[in-house]
Design a protein around this ligand. Structure first.
Ligand SMILES: [Zn+2]
Length: 281
């Protein structure tokens, strides 16, 4: 045990500062997006089967909505630039910019060197939830995705319907490649509808029953051309167990909507990040 210094209380009492104040982040024009959404028509839909994943595409300027149907269900979302899969959702930087959980007006940011908004949340029927007494909230970017490697590490299992494997199979089918070819593209997710936090006493990642109910949805505006993959997590509402076939699981619905021509006049798909990439050399 290290000795507690005599000024420990004073050091702990230092006030935190926000790492990334977001006042200078380019703000989405939500009023424009909502006007464009009003006249939009549905152009595609896919139902994600329980303990499986499915892919979808949304072009820049379109909207996609993820809806709970039949019962409470958590979804694990991956996003890629559909023209360049090396540009993909960056969970860690999104967390640093927006906090542990996302809601209306916040964005999913892409990996380096692109670091630009991929999708903006325009509607969240669970925005009322806020942060509960346990420190839990909904739609997190603090978890990773359930995966067979951690299950094997902790319990020696060979389970094939974790979100990581579901996303791998769905992407492999979409791209016409093997599972081994698709797997490196799978990345940390936005945990749609999942209710999570960190315990205050031990700092451990926790989950609790999602407050999502059929009809609840999370809707996004696609800032760039997107390929998405959504897994209906084997944890169901994630109230108890994941990485097994034990939990009750339900489908998730993904719908894509296209605005009327001209509805987005004045809007432009965001350019890649402006850093010159010379890295001081
Ligand atoms: Zn999962």
């Amino acid at each position: 045990m290290t000795m507690t210094p005599s000024d420990a209380a004073a050091r702990r009492a230092v006030r935190p500062v926000i790492c990334y104040p977001t006042e200078t982040l380019p703000a989405p024009d939500l009023a424009l997006y909502r006007r464009a959404r009003d006249g939009a028509r549905k152009v595609a839909e896919v139902t994600v089967a329980p303990r499986e994943a499915a892919t979808f595409r949304a072009d820049a300027g379109q909207f996609f909505r993820i809806t709970s149907v039949e019962g409470p269900q958590v979804g694990d979302l991956n996003l890629w630039n559909s023209r360049d899969l090396s540009e993909r959702f960056y969970s860690g930087k999104t967390r640093a910019l927006h906090g542990t959980h996302l809601t209306e007006g916040e964005r999913m940011w892409s990996s380096f060197p692109h670091l630009r908004p991929m999708a903006t949340i325009v509607a969240d029927t669970l925005s009322w939830y806020g942060i509960d007494d346990y420190g839990g909230s909904v739609h997190d970017v603090i978890g990773t995705r359930c995966d067979p490697y951690t299950g094997n590490l902790l319990s020696g299992t060979q389970y094939h319907h974790c979100c990581h494997s579901n996303l791998t199979r769905a992407l492999a089918d979409e791209l016409g490649v093997s599972a081994a070819g698709a797997e490196p593209h799978v990345h940390d997710v936005l945990n749609v509808f999942m209710c999570t936090g960190f315990t205050r006493d031990t700092g451990q990642y926790f989950m609790k029953a999602s407050p999502v109910r059929p009809g609840d949805h999370l809707e996004f505006f696609a800032e760039i051309d997107l390929l998405g993959a959504l897994s209906a997590c084997p944890g169901g509402d994630c109230s108890d167990e994941h990485s097994s076939d034990t939990a009750a699981c339900y489908p998730l619905l993904v719908e894509v909507f296209a605005p009327e021509p001209g509805a987005l006049d004045g809007w432009e798909s965001p350019p890649v990040n402006g850093y010159d990439r010379s890295h001081g050399r």
